[in-house]
Design a protein around this ligand. Structure first.
Ligand code: AMP
Ligand code: MN
Ligand code: MN
Length: 325
């Protein structure tokens, strides 16, 4: 892997106009990885743009620097990128229309998903807890100085992708990196306030309706539910700001697999899956053309009958669970 990192650092040093791209339906690690790469490259004097071809949810858009440094697709149409760096995306479809620009530039993929398809000219794929940890390593090798702003931006992704340092991906490197970032001024209390203590009341009210349509299966070891556009409309929540309750379902005693189906556009659902200790949800995701990690994975599916689709997904999971016996 060291050769890949050195090659990436070499490419960045050579290039002047650099595009940093994150994935659609952005999460904290994605935003953090784009933001901390953009801040670092700006400090090196590069002409750099951060881009995500998808709306950014409000709770991440409010994070310092995001509005200023991460733009929508239209803002990069004319950007003369020589080098494109994709962070936290496992396959080309995850970066939307930005992938069209791969034809015209050198490309680097930095990612921590086992399901990565190696779609760049140089690919560094390693099973870190967060892509933000990998960005931190590149930035350090480039000789970028860390201050409070950059350390806090970089810390965000490590905090969110590890569930604030408690999921099974929380290894020693996570604590080492967090200790280093906090030493540089990374403000973990600020991040936890922004992410955890900032839930809109409408999300809590929606949770009630979400629980009303929750179902349990396979001896109460599978919990699942859905959020439709109509359910969001009732509380005036925009689809891009739809909350994720999948962790709440997983936290139920005895539940091994939790699944939520969230309508993102009419008849198009994002499926989020989590497992507690042994079931590999990334296998289910890949089966439905998605991806992810053993304990957290997802995919998108079109359907005009959500109950029927739920049943299809649950049946696939049950079959896979049987195969573990
Ligand atoms: P989510 O349930 O959306 O929080 O996603 C859980 C994990 O699965 C994250 O690491 C995502 O990057 C990954 N993931 C979600 N949806 C997809 C998809 N359609 N294709 C590939 N990976 C996905
Ligand atoms: Mn990630
Ligand atoms: Mn992500």
């Amino acid at each position: 892997m060291l050769r890949n990192i050195e090659a990436i650092v070499g490419e960045i040093e050579k290039a002047k106009n650099i595009l940093v791209v994150g994935h659609i339906m952005p999460d904290g690690d994605d935003i953090s990885s784009v933001l901390s790469m953009v801040i670092a490259l700006e400090r090196l004097g590069k002409n750099v743009r951060g881009v995500i071809d998808y709306e950014i949810p409000a709770y991440l858009e409010e994070f310092p620097g995001v509005k200023d440094k991460i733009k929508s697709y239209d803002c990069i149409k004319e950007f003369p990128a020589e080098l494109i760096i994709s962070v936290d995306a496992s396959s080309p479809d995850r970066i939307g229309r930005v992938y069209d620009h791969f034809k015209f530039a050198r490309s680097i993929v930095i990612d921590h998903h086992a399901t990565n398809t190696y779609f760049g000219n140089i690919n560094w794929v390693e099973m870190y807890g967060a892509t933000a940890q990998m960005v931190m390593r590149i930035n350090k090798m480039l000789g970028v100085e860390y201050d409070k702003e950059l350390a806090t931006a970089n810390l965000l992704g490590i905090a969110t992708d590890t569930g604030f340092f408690k999921y099974s991906n929380t290894d020693a490197t996570v604590f080492e990196d967090v200790a280093w970032l906090v030493g540089k001024g990374g403000d973990i209390a600020f991040i936890s306030n922004m992410i955890l203590e900032n839930r809109p009341l409408e999300h809590i009210l929606l949770y009630k309706d979400f629980l009303d349509v929750m179902k349990l299966d396979y001896n109460n070891t599978i919990a699942y539910s859905h959020i439709t556009l109509d359910m969001l409309k009732k509380y005036d929540i925009k689809p891009k700001d739809s909350p994720s309750f999948v962790g709440d379902l997983r936290s139920i005693k005895g539940v091994e697999v939790a699944i939520t189906f969230t309508e993102a556009e009419e008849n198009e659902f994002h499926v989020s899956m989590r497992s507690k200790s042994w079931f590999d949800v990334s296998k289910v995701a890949v089966h439905f053309d998605g991806g992810g990690h053993p304990r957290a994975a997802g995919f998108s599916i079109n359907t005009d009958n959500i109950e029927k689709t739920e049943q299809e997904v649950i049946d696939t999971i049950k079959k896979l669970m049987e195969s573990y016996k």
